[in-house]
Write a protein that binds this ligand. Structure first.
Ligand SMILES: NC(=O)c1ccc[n+]([C@@H]2O[C@H](COP(=O)([O-])OP(=O)(O)OC[C@H]3O[C@@H](n4cnc5c(N)ncnc54)[C@H](OP(=O)(O)O)[C@@H]3O)[C@@H](O)[C@H]2O)c1
Length: 335
């Protein structure tokens, strides 16, 4: 079978290659084997290849925080999924044609769900949800501000916030995104810059902004903080700038703001398996209905993993870069 391997840490398009490796074999008791159909390239996968992610396994290593697959065999004692089911995998190393994993790590998704959206269900939808539920107790009418608002997470935050009656300020790098984000449900859109606080005040008419969601880091964190009210919370959950967040001391001391961090793994680890399955059942239903989605820019075949990785690092993409593990799956995405 084919599997993406990195032999050293460095520029993703240089260090990743599509290798031929032995198949995974048959499932033991309590295991599931599935064919991977599609996977997205996320910012965390890019960091993983560069060696700047929090996990840095011994080499050679296989990236891949998420995927969608179809079960081909189950071991003794496995009853919650069966051959033919579409599944997502809660474990990593998914950039391969087959996976053999513990049964509790796979979650069945609605049959017939759009494969591209199913491939992106595992990480960004629950991240957007927990950013709105786990950081600050928010009530309808409260304002939330977020940067990277046109990212997959950002778009999901807009939709999920709207469902809860929350108001969102979307901070982006170019004005041409405003119409699209407003159509999604963004209440206010602004271009990031030194005057962010004034721009936001003008849009919110001075209403307090209780939560700031930051995935840029560096000075962008300080700019977001300038638009959040005294006593509000800035939650850092990513670093598209590659820097650490910079927080003005005065905002922490006189302003009483708090800077906290979020990572999905920790958010889910606090929950039981039943609660996790319930979260994915609800988000999966919304993805299947088309209420939640992330745009896709292009789908590459696994043999072109280097080109796919180069594309995933370009600015101003019109959506995610996905990789198909077989020609028929890629063809179905092109239709
Ligand atoms: N903590 C967690 O558990 C967790 C989970 C999921 C995701 N994340 C983080 O969430 C963020 C978004 O992930 P995603 O998968 O939704 O991303 P994505 O869809 O791949 O989009 C990336 C976004 O980053 C923006 N961007 C890139 N470089 C930037 C820079 N230097 N300054 C400002 N914006 C920049 C892009 O804007 P343009 O369109 O202007 O290029 C685009 O909106 C990432 O930082 C990711 O690591 C964290």
């Amino acid at each position: 079978m084919k599997q993406v391997l990195i032999d050293r840490y460095g520029p993703p398009e240089e260090v990743a290659r599509c290798a031929e490796v032995p198949d995974v074999g048959v499932p033991a008791a309590g295991e599931v084997v599935f064919d991977v159909l599609l996977f997205p390239i996320n910012p965390a996968d890019i960091s993983f290849c560069r060696g700047t992610y929090r996990l840095k396994p011994a080499l050679p290593a296989t990236p891949g925080a998420e995927c969608v697959g179809r079960v081909t065999a189950v071991g003794a004692g496995v009853s919650h999924v069966k051959p033919g089911d579409l599944v997502i995998n809660l474990q990593r190393e998914n950039w391969a044609q087959q996976r053999r994993v513990k049964a509790d790590d796979v979650i069945a998704v609605t049959a017939g769900m759009d494969l591209q959206q199913a491939a992106m269900l595992r990480i960004n939808p629950p991240t957007a949800l927990l950013l709105l539920t786990d950081i600050v107790e928010l009530k309808p009418g409260d304002w939330v501000i977020q940067n990277v608002a046109n990212s997959a997470v950002g778009r999901l935050v807009i939709r999920l916030a709207r469902q809860r009656g929350l108001k969102t300020v979307s901070v982006v790098r170019r004005e041409s995104l405003f119409t699209d984000l407003r159509r999604l449900g963004a209440d206010a859109c602004v271009v990031d810059g030194p005057d962010l606080a004034e721009q936001v005040r003008a849009q919110t008419k001075g209403a307090p902004v209780r939560l700031g969601l930051d995935a840029v880091s560096g000075r962008a964190t300080a700019r977001l903080s300038s638009a959040v009210s005294d006593g509000g919370v800035i939650c850092n959950y990513g670093s598209m700038s590659g820097e650490d967040p910079v927080m003005p001391r005065g905002a922490l001391t006189s302003g009483g703001q708090a800077l906290v961090g979020f990572i999905l793994g920790r958010g889910l680890a606090r929950r039981s398996l039943d609660e996790i399955r319930a979260i994915y059942a609800d988000l999966g239903r919304q993805v299947a209905e088309g209420t939640l989605s992330a745009p896709v820019d292009r789908v590459y075949p696994i043999e072109e993993i280097k080109a796919a990785l180069a594309h995933a690092q370009q600015e101003e993409r019109s959506g995610k870069i996905l990789v198909a593990l077989s020609a028929p799956v890629r063809q179905s995405c092109l239709r």
